[in-house]
Design a protein around this ligand. Sequence first.
Ligand code: PGA
Length: 254
Amino acid sequence: MNKERKLIIAGNWKMNKTVAESLALAGNLKLELANIREVDIVVCPPFTALESVSKAILDSNLRLGAQNMSENNFGAFTGEICAGMLKEFSVRYVILGHSERRQYQKETDKMISQKAKAAHGASLKPIVCVGETLAEREAGQMEKVLETQVRGSLAGLTREQMVETIVAYEPVWAIGTGKTATTQQAQDTHAFIRGVLAKTFDEATAKKVRIQYGGSVKPNNARELMGQPDVDGALVGGAALEARSFADIIKNSI
Ligand code: PGA
């Protein structure tokens, strides 16, 4: 597939996989995906498996991501993990503001923008998630909600940092539900988000930012989704838990 921006496909393992299970999955992915150079491939295991997976994929084309981090760099924040700690395990990416964290941990756009700045401060590339609920979409609020999230969650980043930031558009109603946005809905929304980035930063910056689609991405819908001009990759949950399906999503996308 000939893309304007290099595809980036990330697997979000969420709160799944012991260390042993993580190693098994990483090992299988390494074998399955050994020859792929066209796509940036990222795996995001739980914190407890980062060290083991990091060592296991050291000599491979897989890159490591974390699922969250603190906006603070150190200190009395019980239970939190900071960017510097992630760097110890050669983590390169970090998912920020996933809708599950927005919902269950009440993360706000402001917190997410602080996390994004802290990530860049440690040379981690943030994958910043945005997405509307079904109620918001049906009430005709989608564009307003997305514009607020995009502007708020990326507030304060420099143009240089924005280019090194990945935006993940994940309609909340499509996550883990088996419902995917149609390719047209995905393309239209990605183009809208790129427009907001152009207004917030500038046209040239917006053109360079990779926007992933997330929400029930599977081997059988990956090709069509990735074929859209403004869809530059995927953030995959359920289908990333098995080597076969995650590898097929990537192979079907190139
Ligand atoms: P899903 O999750 O692929 O299981 O819908 C996507 C995500 O939450 O990132």
